[in-house]
Design a protein around this ligand. Structure first.
Ligand code: MRU
Length: 354
């Protein structure tokens, strides 16, 4: 993958850049130390960037895949103007295999495939790249709406706990859970954020802290294991997290450690909010037990910042997501509104609404 320096402002809300018909991704593996973009001129590089976590966060993965399909269509059309659509099937498979849990990836592929199916034998690139741009823009707007819905639930001023990174970097801009936090902070409802560092990838330490400091939102970083003690110490109104996939019954898959936070929040009488766009709700998955959980290499746990920190000879268990049962969730917030105390009927009704 090729690093490039782009002449654009480097902000969390500008981490996915489509310029001169090429995709550029702010390399999230390098933050906060280095602010560089990776060029993705083709679908192979795009799929590799998703797999390697140059880009991460469920909505950002979906947006990236949408651009990847546009890039693939350009290549397939150049190879075979009559058979490009059939050839594109391999590219859908390539992208779908990049990361298994974030359903926004599959949602974006399905959306672009549906558009491709309506096209004739003219060059598909203008229409498909336009669709990817629309997916990207809609995510930004949806996050602003979600932010307002979520903020309205928070009777502040209070502090909140968050996990992983759910901000501009993880989305098309503004963020899901971090979008709620940004909106609520702007309204004076949130005074301080306690961010879990989020082992093993340190999305909290490297990315959420980077975003919040740049926004001027007071933030304390804490070890993941400190969260329950922080709840017991008082002053926390809500735990606010994102999601990679929400099953039809309201069970929520999110970054490993989220389930433990929900259990601890219930124990301490705190409220637990999940902010995610409707593209994260997967009615095809009946409940959380059916959500595929990505397992990543043992070295991510055995090492820290590329240096071995564990005893030689030990093995690791590295599921990177867990499932929080619906009964531990007080509110799921989407761009359409709020599902309080989610269950199967309420999720179905929400998805049927506009
Ligand atoms: O492994 P990651 O960094 O892609 O995991 C991201 C998360 O778990 C986020 O909480 C989730 O995607 C919601 S982001 C808007």
């Amino acid at each position: 993958m090729r690093e490039v320096r782009l002449n654009v402002p480097i902000t969390a809300d500008n981490a996915i850049v489509w310029q001169d018909d090429c995709l550029y991704l702010l390399d999230q593996r390098e933050l906060p130390g280095r602010e560089v973009f990776i060029a993705c001129p083709d679908v192979q590089t795009t799929a590799e960037a998703i797999r390697a976590m140059v880009v991460r966060g469920a909505p950002a993965i979906g947006i990236t895949a949408a651009y990847g399909i546009a890039l693939a269509a350009r290549e397939r059309y150049a190879e075979d103007a009559a058979g490009w659509r059939e050839r594109l099937e391999n590219d859908f498979t390539l992208l779908a295999g990049a990361r298994p849990t974030a359903v926004n990836l599959f949602w974006a592929i399905a959306r672009l495939r549906d558009v491709a199916a309506t096209l004739g034998n003219a060059d598909p690139f203008p229409v498909l790249s336009g669709e990817a741009i629309a997916v990207h823009a809609a995510d930004r707007e949806d996050n602003r709406r979600m932010g307002d819905f979520g903020a309205a639930l928070i009777d502040g001023p209070t502090s909140v706990i968050t996990h992983c990174n759910t901000g501009g970097l993880a989305t098309g801009g503004w963020g899901t859970a971090l979008g709620v936090i940004r909106s609520a902070h702007a309204q004076g409802r949130i005074t301080r954020v306690f961010a879990d560092e989020t082992r093993p990838w340190l999305q909290g330490a490297r990315l959420t802290a980077w975003e919040l400091v740049r926004d001027g939102i007071p933030v304390n970083l804490m070890a993941d294991g400190a969260a329950a003690a922080r709840m017991a110490a008082g002053g926390i109104g809500w735990v606010v997290v994102g999601s990679d996939r929400i099953a039809a019954n309201g069970d929520v898959a999110n970054k490993i450690g989220t389930y433990g936070l929900a259990v601890a929040a219930r124990h301490h009488g705190l409220r637990f909010m999940v902010a995610a766009p409707t593209s994260t709700i997967d009615l095809e998955t009946a409940d959380g037990s059916m959500i595929p959980i990505e397992q990543r290499p043992a070295d991510e746990v055995l090492q820290c910042a590329g240096r071995r920190t564990s005893a030689e000879g030990v093995d690791a268990w590295n599921p990177v997501f867990d499932v929080t049962p619906a009964e531990l969730i007080d509110a799921i917030v989407t761009e359409r509104g709020v599902i309080e105390r989610p269950d199967r009927d309420k999720v179905a009704a929400h998805m049927a609404s506009s």
